[in-house]
Design a protein around this ligand. Structure first.
Ligand SMILES: Cc1ncc(COP(=O)(O)O)c(C=O)c1O
Length: 374
């Protein structure tokens, strides 16, 4: 920091100083620049390897001529589509610049200095960041078997607790809790504490749920006005780059979120693409099927190599490589495979691998085999 910049840098809000920024997956272009590789498989950001629905791409093409106009700030059409798809009222939906924006907005609506926000150990990095941004105290509850310990999270509630973030399945661990665990939890949360149930990977979780034991957050909105459900178009819907997510809840909370968000937070290309993607459930079905096949492929490959992993209900999985994880990550990069190291999650011995297309999964398995045999 230069002396002349110190004047305003000293004015930065104290809670901002300690924020560890979110670490995204390494972009393909960066690895290309660094190592001059041409054949790269990016399995680092839980994106949809099939791309996007062709209907969404046509909708974007048809809207390109209008990009000199501001988007519909109320996202009327997208909310109408979502409302009829989900069986809720449009007034129960807020649209965000990715669900990430909405997760942060909830913290801004409900928490500030002196308040507590609860989340699990190994939970999505945006939860502690959201707590820090508003100056609240983040309460990290130890995980059990890499997943949320809902009983311990209930026990962590105090009269300072304003918000609880829960992901089902969780990222990065992919762990899931059952309907009965969820119902026991939500029914005991005090009515004044807001619960955000993050269902970013809902479509994948449902595809693995042969026993119909997945608690779909939508089914609980009526009984629990303190419940918010967040979802995204970034994963199974394949629109990660456009940044569209949504939050479901009671009219009053959604109204506060809408008061706080920027007037044109979601651009028009994103809105029309999301409407078309929603109408293309065949693409979503194809995406989750590919994911199931890819998950099986990776499990078989890892078991053949005797590499331990955490069972996942998402489109990714964590593999345990012990002390060698970071070194193996570097060597995988040299083989053209980008995965995600998890040291910033306190899981230094793990790498998270997103499920890709068959050839990408094979690229990863071949590279891992090569690296482990050296
Ligand atoms: C659990 C979880 N929630 C939310 C998000 C945010 O997704 P987006 O902002 O793209 O909607 C992610 C992204 O990886 C995630 O893993």
């Amino acid at each position: 920091m230069t002396e002349s910049n110190r004047h305003f840098c000293d004015q930065v809000q104290s809670q901002i100083l300690g924020i560890h920024p979110y670490i995204p997956g390494k972009p393909v272009s960066e690895l290309q620049r660094e190592l001059g590789l041409t054949y790269i498989s990016k399995l680092a950001s839980n994106e949809n390897p099939l791309g996007s629905s062709p209907k969404a791409i046509v909708a974007i093409q048809n809207t390109l001529k209008d990009i000199s106009r501001y988007p519909d700030g109320s996202a009327f059409e997208l909310k109408s589509y979502l409302a009829s798809f989900l069986g809720v009222k449009p007034t129960q939906i807020a649209i965000g610049n990715g669900s990430n924006e909405l997760l942060e907005l909830v913290a801004r609506v409900f928490a500030g200095r002196g308040d507590e926000i609860i989340y699990s150990q190994y939970a999505f990095a945006v939860y502690p960041i959201s707590a820090q941004v508003v100056g609240a105290t983040g309460i990290e509850v130890p995980a059990v078997d890499w997943g949320h310990d809902l009983t311990a999270m209930l026990a962590a509630i105090t009269d300072k607790t304003k918000l609880i973030y829960i992901a089902n399945p969780n990222n990065p661990t992919g762990t899931l809790f059952s309907r009965s665990q969820w119902e026991a939890f939500i029914s005991q949360v005090p009515k004044e504490v807001v619960v955000v149930l993050d269902e970013a990977y809902l479509e994948y979780a449902k595809s693995f749920d042969a026993d119909h034991d997945y608690p779909d957050g939508c089914d609980y909105l009526q009984d629990y006005p303190n419940l918010l459900v967040s979802r995204t178009f970034s994963k199974a819907y394949g629109l990660a780059s456009l940044r569209v997510g949504y939050l479901l809840g009671c009219d009053e909370i959604i109204q506060y979120i809408n008061q706080l968000r920027a007037p044109f937070n979601v651009n028009q290309l994103a809105q029309v693409a999301a409407c078309s993607a929603l109408s293309d459930q065949a693409f979503v079905a194809e995406s989750v099927l590919l994911n199931q096949q890819g998950m099986r492929q990776l499990i078989e490959g890892l078991e053949a190599l005797s590499v331990p992993y955490i069972s996942s209900a998402g489109n990714f999985m964590c593999i345990d490589l012990g002390n060698a994880a970071l070194d193996i990550n570097q060597k995988l990069l040299a083989e053209g495979v980008i995965v995600r190291p998890l040291a910033n999650y306190g899981m230094a011995s793990f790498l998270r691998v997103s499920i890709g297309k068959q050839v990408e999964n094979q690229h990863f398995m071949d590279a891992l085999k090569t690296v482990l045999s050296k």
